[in-house]
Design a protein around this ligand. Structure first.
Ligand code: FPP
Ligand code: MG
Ligand code: MG
Length: 330
């Protein structure tokens, strides 16, 4: 029961690395075509949470300190922070096309402003520029790690488009999808900076598993918040996932108590009243609590994997992040 130490604030500890991040990304996205430049830079406006860059900066410092007694972040590690944020943003631009979402981070989405064709191209453009930075870093292993993220993102999104016929395999399908669409980027970005910092095998695996478990916990909480947040808190409507036909963790847990939900899940809540019925079932079940417990489990697992890392403010911040992820309200 001690007061939170300002020294362990994740964003403060990485401020020097992250302060120029948006302007550097905007520089990378320079292109003569004025319109393309504008729409691809649209979300790099200084308002994002830059959670992934902050995470990779912390892991970089913690690893560099553990291995080489220095907390200096390498240029190549910093470039991974840029690449991670760009891959993430590109995937969101495409995601809003797929989800026909009108808003993103409290602003009109690119697809709303420019239409879906241009939004797809803007996402492709950001991704291509990210690939260029990755190539410039010039480390083959790191290229392999981050291209795996791209493969995972596409497959995760595809998995989400189809329901699993076999009810027994639905939860593992959901967790695999969650790894691919959310955790893969965090896991491989953490691993990549650890690799660039010269991490040994144990540290490398620790970085990967920390990111993987953090990412899964992050998405579990996201899926939980979809049921409890109101429109203005999230900047998007509540129970949006149900409306998109998606059965996430709270519904899958609720289905164990109310097996009649199976039919609704299979038809992706497409009949009138399905969304309301599923929502009510989640509220009457322990689905939200069970989701939180599962997220907590992944948090603990993440922490177990960095337990042997040398003590540092950054390592303590990696612990703080887990609490923030678990207790965030939006
Ligand atoms: C947000 O999920 C979406 C993702 C985390 C991944 C989206 C991936 C793709 C569209 C594949 C394309 C990949 C690349 C590499 C460009 P969400 O819809 O659940 O979250 P939201 O509430 O933020 O919209
Ligand atoms: Mg979406
Ligand atoms: Mg989506």
């Amino acid at each position: 029961g001690s007061l939170p130490d300002i020294q362990d604030d994740p964003y403060k500890l990485t401020q020097d690395v992250l302060t120029e991040l948006f302007s550097d990304i905007r520089k990378e996205l320079w292109v003569p075509m004025e319109h393309l430049k504008q729409i691809s830079r649209y979300y790099f406006d200084g308002n994002g949470k830059i959670f992934r860059p902050m995470l990779v900066a912390l892991v970089s410092r913690a690893v560099n300190y553990h291995m080489h007694d220095t907390r200096e972040v390498l240029e190549s590690q910093r470039e991974i922070a840029l690449v991670a944020e760009m891959i993430h943003t590109a995937s969101l631009v495409h995601d809003d096309v797929i989800d026909t979402s009108d808003t993103r981070r409290g602003k009109a989405s690119v697809n709303l402003l420019c239409g879906q064709n241009k939004a797809i191209l803007a996402g492709d453009f950001i991704l291509s520029k990210a690939a260029k930075i990755l190539a410039r870093i010039g480390n083959e292993e790191v290229v392999i790690m981050l291209t795996q993220v791209l493969l995972d993102l596409v497959q995760g999104e595809l998995m989400q488009l189809g329901s699993k016929e076999d009810a027994g395999e639905r939860f593992s399908h959901y967790l695999q999808k969650t790894f691919m669409k959310t955790a893969s980027l965090m896991a491989y970005a953490c691993k990549a900076v650890a690799y660039l910092g010269g991490a040994d095998k144990t540290l490398l695996e620790g970085a990967f598993q920390y990111g993987r478990n953090l990412g899964i916990a992050f998405q579990l909480v996201d899926d939980l918040l979809d049921f409890v947040s109101s429109q203005d808190e999230m900047g998007k409507p509540a129970a949006a996932d149900l409306k998109l036909g998606l059965a996430t963790s709270p519904v899958l847990f609720a289905c164990e108590k109310f097996p009649e939900l199976n039919t609704l899940i299979m038809r992706r809540f497409s009949h009138p009243g399905d969304v309301e019925q599923a929502y009510e079932a989640v509220m009457k079940s322990e689905g939200l609590e069970q989701t939180k417990v599962l997220a907590q489990k992944h948090c603990n697992e993440a922490l177990r994997h960095i337990d042997s890392w040398r003590e540092s403010p950054e390592k303590r911040a990696l612990v703080t992040i887990m609490n923030k992820v678990l207790n965030r309200k939006k």
